[in-house]
Design a binder for this molecule. Structure first.
Ligand code: SAH
Length: 391
């Protein structure tokens, strides 16, 4: 018998409006003994059915709903239907080779991430309830895509909140985990075992194209360059010189290799450096760039860190604005969900006024379409950015 969870009266509005999470403090009663990861039925305080999802006593997010239909069984077919629908959505939007196939909550598969690089797949199961289905999901991928390989990148600290360990494994026969991809005409090595996150930032796909028309003949700085994706695109779009900076030595080594792969070694130069040290130093030295790209990591992973994060973002944006020639461009991002658009706009606006610059918005940027945003599931929205002309 499937256990029933009854919510406290009036504590179901968020769920009714589309959010899949049930917190411990929303729950009135749990009927029976529920094993970690088990599927339960959720009812509101008036005993109306809300949905079915997996349960974890250890997590603050006690339940994540998988379906709103009582008759829908959670089994291999369920995952096959959902993943097929994820695939169809991506196909419709023109994604063929490299893309995020499953983006967790935004694809109604909470805590599941699957990235596809050609015929290789990388999986993250970030909650205990989803982790239990990992082998089933791998089987579904085998059936749908006949992949060359599947790799698990579960070395993610958030798993601890669910009582899970961090781990990396093959979920298929082993394969070379560093390989070449072709992203809109640029070649890059992706290392799904040792790279950051799942190896490559697919969420910036459309934003790399924002460098077209502003790169021709330009002297460009790509701060937080990782393996150089923006730098390489700038070179493709005609940059005269691109300097890429990253604090990670392995990222810089990879970026250099990527430059060679595209014969951009005379245009793209990469250095291991801390942007917080270099930018102020260069302001003192009165260095000038035509375009600066700022794509820092998430400076905060929770609400309480917003103020400190905002200071960090402001610091680099202010310095960058000072380093850009009049009429040049700043391409700036924040990938922290907690840095909400309003806070981000305000921070940029303050940075501009402190730098004594007028800024003109050229484009507002967001995450790629394979990372869709579900309104009412606010956590699905995280990447925002601007192309700004600095006057
Ligand atoms: N623009 C990249 C992704 C950037 S991810 C792309 O499109 O692929 C953020 C990067 O910032 C990481 O590679 C990380 O190593 C780097 N980083 C973090 N702190 C840094 C710092 N203080 N200075 C320079 N790089 C930093």
């Amino acid at each position: 018998m499937i256990s029933k969870v009854i919510l406290i009266k009036g504590k179901h509005q968020r769920i009714l409006s589309g959010h899949p999470w049930v917190y411990g403090n929303q729950i009135e009663t749990v009927q029976g003994i529920v094993e970690p990861g088990e599927i339960v039925e959720v009812y509101d305080g008036k005993k109306f059915f809300l949905g079915k999802g997996y349960y974890n006593e250890k997590s603050q997010i006690r339940i994540r709903l998988l379906t709103r239909q009582r008759e829908e069984e959670i089994n291999k077919d369920f995952f096959k239907r959902r993943i097929t629908s994820c695939w169809n959505y991506r196909k419709q939007l023109g994604y063929i080779e490299n893309y995020r196939l499953v983006f967790g909550e935004a694809d109604f598969l909470p805590a599941l991430v699957i990235d596809k690089f050609g015929d290789l797949f990388v999986i993250q199961t970030l909650s205990l309830g989803m982790d239990r289905w990992k082998t089933t999901i791998a089987t579904v991928l085998e059936e749908l895509f006949s992949p060359k390989g599947i790799y698990e990148r579960n070395d993610v600290p958030v798993r601890k909140l669910e009582g899970l360990t961090e781990q990396k494994n093959f979920l298929s026969a082993p394969f070379p985990t560093k390989f070449e991809i072709n992203e809109d005409g640029v070649k890059l090595f992706v290392d799904v075992e040792n790279g950051q996150k799942t190896g490559f930032f697919l969420d910036q796909k459309e934003n790399r194209k924002a460098l077209q028309f502003i790169s021709e003949g330009a002297n460009i700085l790509d701060c937080f360059c990782y393996t150089g994706s923006f730098a390489l695109f700038a070179a493709k779009f005609g940059a005269r010189h691109v300097l890429g900076l990253d604090v990670s030595e392995s990222a810089v080594a990879q970026a250099k290799e990527n430059a060679l792969l595209n014969n951009f070694e005379n245009i793209c130069e990469f250095q291991t450096a801390n942007a917080f040290d270099e930018l102020p130093q260069w302001v003192k030295e009165k260095k000038i760039f035509d375009v600066i790209i700022l794509d820092p990591p998430a400076f905060t992973k929770n609400r309480s860190g917003i103020e400190a994060a905002s200071r960090g973002y402001k610091e680099i944006n202010l310095r960058a604005m000072k380093l850009i020639r009049k009429g040049g461009f700043l391409v700036t991002f924040s990938c922290s969900h907690f840095m909400e658009p309003g806070v981000f706009f305000e921070m940029i606006s303050q940075a501009a006024s402190n730098a004594g610059k007028t800024i003109r918005q050229v484009a507002y940027l967001s995450q790629s379409k394979d990372h869709p945003i579900v309104w009412n599931i606010e956590e699905t929205s995280y990447l925002k950015g601007f192309v700004l002309q600095v006057l």
